[in-house]
Design a protein around this ligand. Sequence first.
Ligand SMILES: O=C(CCC1CCCC1)NO
Ligand SMILES: [Zn+2]
Length: 368
Amino acid sequence: MSTGYVYHELYGWHDTGTHAGLLPADPRRGLQPHRHFENAEAKRRVHELVVVSGLLDRLTRLAPRPATDEEILAVHTPGHLARLVAANDTGGDAGDGGSPFGPGGLDIARLAAGGVVRAVEAVVDGAVDNAYALVRPPGHHALADVGMGFCLLANIAIAAQAVRRSRGVARIAVVDIDVHHGNGTQAAFADDPDVLTISVHQDRVFPPDSGHVTERGTGAGHGYALNLPLPPGTGNGGYLEAFRRVVLPALRRFQPELILVAAGFDANAVDPLARMMVTASGYREIGRMLVDAAAELCGGRIAFAHEGGYDPVYVPFCAHAVIEVLAGVEEPLEDPFAANFDNQGQQEAQPHQSAAIAAAEELVGDIG
Ligand SMILES: O=C(CCC1CCCC1)NO
Ligand SMILES: [Zn+2]
């Protein structure tokens, strides 16, 4: 089993400044300066755990390259790229006022998107069996004409379009496990029946009023966007039931040639930006189900692109668990917090969670 791994120190240099977490600091509103929630720490610590645990020795390092204008413009408008280019010397914001970047921020965003392209190309070419792109800034909220939710460029959508064009990959499934709705990826392929987008997320956290089960794609793409909003407090049991009843059956019906995963870990039990209860063992099982689905459906071709996840202590264990699955590690790193999180009652699927899952389950049959 060869697992490609993309990481670059520049990802840690993406400067999201000293917002008061989410909002620009402003003493007139009582907003004290504090590092932005989307700072380098959680992601840099994922990499450091991969190194210190020895897992890196079992991975095939892939060097990222900048996404080209052509690759970016396959997803984004010239106006959005021009916005980022114009602010690249001074720093600025990707468009929603909450997605800041410093000088050279576009260069780093290009390297993040290009890092995902590199990982996906290596999987499609068979240079590696699967891959993990530990990139920053994230991408799954970025729309064609505006960045949002800390995302400047739509990393996964750019990578999907790149391999469709360069390698003729036709049917791609994108599974978004970030706790926030993968609105950007969904929008990029809303009318395209050859890209199935599935998003499992906490109901209506972000973007506002987005990710409803009724959002199903448009025109020829109707039925090829699947949304699974889950109630706050959903833990491993609810997530694994969602995968068994909805995600895996949908992938089987769609028969993808490639599976891409928007790998956010902000559904973890102690994340500051959501209210779910997933633990490292839950992520390990999710990773296992997705890797097994790729083996069953598309020759094992699967690539993960890092998205959100903000707790600097626990996210490393959650992401490490998934990368271990990709690399076929038999003796996983123990989660030192398991005793705190794994045995809480919330880890069993609750009736209201199963009801939310059932609403999405009904729609799987429309996938042709
Ligand atoms: O992790 C994220 C960013 C979510 C935040 C963006 C503004 C409020 C919540 N998206 O996947
Ligand atoms: Zn998120």
